[in-house]
Design a protein around this ligand. Structure first.
Ligand code: ADP
Length: 441
């Protein structure tokens, strides 16, 4: 800048000197005319550069800064530098924004930014999903216009955000969300929301389990306590009563034992992500064993039919598969009156899988109960289940053991006609009997 003033002063001094010399030699009029011509040229030059600057300012994006000379070249170079810096800042901001948007888009948590009047300024795709916000339509709307529950409106009004708000019934009633508000900046708020539907369901299941187990244990414990008290109070022991008491106490103890064993099996299966082993399982041999056990359990009350593919094996955990199949067989015995028929079948399916099915001619199940049978402690007829030694956990165990083997349970039943319980295994779980065994069969 200082160079410019020096240059300008130099030019002025030169022209004044020239004008002075012209005035001394040719008189004052030619000198003034020359000076006026010089000023006019100077004015035109400035006007021309000013014009190009105005023209450029009209459309600065995408057009190069106009060329100039003297102070104008410096001014234009300065503008060009400013423009470059601004473009760089814009690019940096854009890429930071893109990074922020792609990070928040990947978040499973819903994120919403509210302005000082609780109007939506911005939200991520999860927020659009959970709060059913349409980003184009709802930006600028108050959040309470979207979430209209009076308790939430109160929560926002109270401005006490130490604890998150639990929003039940989101997304048409099925979803539960926690909504945490974080005030920041100039009375703005960051809303972070998480889907806790699954967690709530698990909590409810845990509470139900505790209640159910306590309920299941209460009856046998009451029976045991009652008999023990009576036996204690008997001044003269009554042998007949003692015998009967012992029988009933043994019965109740084994009921508790069964319950605890089933609970432990269920918890083992629930905690494992897959089968406890990946070995070839000789299913035909296992089914023959189950058949023998079933006949012993039925003690001649039922007729049994067996239909087994002797070459079809499975890969997985034998103990889990056996437990699942045994549960289906014992259920058939327990829910089929005497003289009923029970068919145990192990056959390949058309797509290369295998199906283990137990068909009975028992009491059957009404259709409304079928979807709930694999829930823990779900029974169609509580007293019948208990009378026959049921814990209400059998089919839950079956479900977990099968899911470990990517198999599914199909139930087909008709009241008074009978039921078919089928465990269907996919092709990737089946294999043929190893050669050594096949040769001996
Ligand atoms: P439980 O120990 O009560 O048998 P399960 O989980 O094994 O418990 O079975 C759940 C309910 O399903 C039983 O209480 C019974 O009502 C019904 N059920 C299971 N298998 C049969 C069957 N073969 N025939 C009729 N009802 C059955």
């Amino acid at each position: 800048m200082r160079g410019y003033w020096r240059g300008a002063a130099g030019w002025l001094a030169l022209w004044l000197a020239l004008a002075g010399t012209a005035a001394a030699t040719a008189g004052p009029v030619p000198a003034l005319v020359g000076l006026a011509a010089w000023l006019a040229l100077l004015y035109l030059r400035q006007a021309w550069y000013m014009g190009s600057l105005l023209h450029w300012l009209d459309q600065p994006q995408g057009t190069p800064v106009p060329p100039g000379s003297g102070i104008w070249s410096e001014a234009f170079a300065y503008l060009a530098r400013l423009l470059r810096r601004q473009r760089q800042n814009e690019a940096d901001l854009r890429s930071a924004l893109e990074r922020f948007q792609s990070a928040t888009a990947a978040m499973t948590e819903a994120v919403i930014i509210l302005d000082e009047l609780d109007r939506i300024e911005w939200c991520n795709p999860s927020a659009e999903h959970y709060f059913e916000i349409d980003a184009r339509r709802d930006l600028g709307r108050q959040l309470t216009y979207i979430v209209r529950q009076p308790q939430f409106v109160e929560y926002l009004d109270e401005q006490n955000f130490a604890e998150p708000f639990v929003l039940r019934g989101a997304r048409g009633g099925e979803t539960t969300l926690t909504v945490q508000l974080v005030p920041y900046g100039n009375q703005q708020k960051l809303v972070i929301s998480r889907d806790i539907t699954r967690w709530e369901r698990l909590e409810a299941m845990r509470r139900d389990l505790v209640a159910n187990v306590s309920h299941e244990l209460r009856t046998p414990i009451t029976v045991l306590a009652g008999y023990l008290e009576t036996l204690n109070d008997q001044a003269v022991p009554d042998p007949a009563f003692q015998k009967r008491a012992m029988q009933l106490m043994t019965q109740q103890t084994s009921r508790m034992q069964n319950l605890v064993e089933d609970l432990l099996t269920l918890s083992r299966l629930e905690n494992a992500r897959g089968p406890s082993a990946e070995q070839p399982v000789d299913v035909p041999k296992m089914v023959h064993g189950l058949h023998q056990e079933a006949m012993a359990l039925s003690a001649g009350r039922h007729q049994f039919l067996l239909d087994v593919d002797e070459d079809l094996w499975l890969t997985g955990a034998e103990a889990e598969l056996r437990s699942a199949c045994l549960n289906l067989v014992t259920n058939a015995i327990r829910y089929t009156p005497a003289k009923g028929r029970i068919t145990i079948r192990w056959r390949p399916t058309q797509d290369g899988g295998g199906v283990f099915s137990v068909v009975d001619t028992g009491i059957g199940i009404a259709p409304e109960h079928i979807p709930r049978l694999t829930e823990r402690f779900y029974r169609v007829d509580r007293s019948r289940s208990r009378e026959t030694g049921g814990t209400g956990l059998g089919l839950a165990i079956v479900k977990y053991a099968l899911s470990h083997h990517q198999a599914r349970l199909e139930i087909d039943s008709e009241p008074e006609q009978g039921s078919t319980f089928s465990a269907i295994f996919p092709a990737r779980r089946t294999c043929t009997a190893p050669v050594a065994r096949a040769a001996t069969v």
